[in-house]
Every structure is written in structure tokens, then in C-alpha cells.
Design a binder for this molecule. Sequence first.
Ligand code: 7PJ
Length: 273
Amino acid sequence: MFLHCGKFKLDLSHPKVMGIVNVTPDSFSDGGKHLASEAAIAYARRLIDDGADILDIGGESTRPGAAPVSEQEELDRVLPVIEGLDDINIPISIDTYKPEVMRAALAAGASMVNDVNALQAERALEWVANTSAAVCLMHKQGAPQNMQLQPQYRQLIAEVSSFLSERIAAAEAVGISGERLIVDPGFGFGKTLEHNLALLKNLHEFALLGIPVLAGLSRKSMLGQITGREVDERMTASVVAALIAVQRGTSIVRVHDVRETVDMLKVWRAIEE
Ligand code: 7PJ
């Protein structure tokens, strides 16, 4: 299976690693915007050296409880980073749900949209359809400000699956072909620990949609709940979670710890393929 993203064609016959680059003031130097983008560019280059296959660049935190950022602020954060990486030869994904940010990022050189809102914003579908970018369609319940309050499902797997299937149909209806699509059950987005564990255990069910699956488990609170560890001590748990995901047919793992995840995949592939 190949993923078409702009000028790139990613071979998904082996699982790929998406490295997370958060361009938020708290994640990088607080010595001004220019220093923050320089630091983010250097960090992104390190992830490429570590073996990242895709970079996911985001300017607004979508973590539970996070405050929204204005469109202009998000653009000011991500565009200099995308422009500063114009020489790299792996796809850049823009992590945003705002259509204007998608459009500007794709024009600046990104070739994938990672949208936790699955292109439900007005104009998002049409604007992406007019490009050759790939899109990750993610499931969530509620908005980041309130989604962890009391998530409820009658039939978790069926509900997430039918939402993703509806978004695939919506994307295909405006001309975004299946080769440009990825689906993601959205770990931690309106899910309790029990929901997250059921999703992970049954991740292979989403492969039945016929679209490559992406899983984002890295350092998430579900891993903190299981291990009792703080966010910066969840690397081992994250690598193991990524292994469980690829064992269940996931094509792309979205991670902070690229180097360690790449090592894990080498060991897995040595016996699995
Ligand atoms: C995800 C994401 C995820 C996709 C975030 C965090 C929260 N995008 N963006 N999937 N998570 N596609 O990394 O802890 O799971 S932000």
C-alpha cells in the first residue's frame, strides 16, 4: 500500500514513523519567536537523523484542557519552521484543524494534513481536495477543552469505525482519493482508559476500512495511568504501545521518541518480515 502525499509516495508495506515537532512556546525556547523556530528546525533535523519518515509540525496543543491559539499565532509559529525545512526529503505534515493554516502550510511546502477534526471545518474538505496532499482523519468525541469530562460510547469500536468511514466517504466525494487518506481512532481524544485499551486491543478492526491506520499513543496519559509515570518518563511504555499497534496492522506511528521507535521497528521487522 502506498500513501500519496504531494510529491512523495510513501511505501507503507513497512510501518512508518511520524516524528512530533511541537512549535509551542512552552515546548521550545522562550527567547522569542525567531529563536523558537530556529530551535524547532534544529529539532526536526535531529528527528530526521534519528530515522523519522514523516515530520508532524503543530503550533497549537490539542492536549486535553489546552487553550486554543489564534489563527495568526499558529501561522506565525509553524510557517517559518516549514519554510526552514524546504530542503528535506521526507513529507511534512501540518497538525491543525484550521483550514487557513492547512492552506498556508501546504503552500509553504507541507504535503500532509493531520486534522484531529477530520476535515469537518467549513471549507477544509474543498481546500485539501484542491491540493495533492495526504490527510489523516482522526476520531474524537467533544472538543479538547471538555472531551475528557465524561466520554461515553454504546459501541466503541463500531462508533469510531462508522465515524471514520463517514469521513472517508466525505473526502472521496470531493475528490480526495483513498491513496491520500489515513485514519486514526484518536487515542485520548474523548476516551477513558478503558476506551483507549479497547481501541488498542482491537486496532486491527480499523484496517478493515481499507485505509492505512495511524496510531498516536506516545507519552499519552493512558500510559501514565498504567505505569504511574510522569509524561517525560513514558518512553519505554510508548515504544511498547507502538509495537502493539504495529502488531495489529498500524501503518504509521506518531511518536516523540523517534530513535527508540525506529530501533523497536528494526527488531520487529527482523523476525516479522
Ligand atoms: C494525536 C494527534 C493523535 C493524530 C495529538 C498528544 C496530543 N494527531 N495529535 N493522532 N495526538 N493524528 O500528542 O499527546 O493521536 S496531540
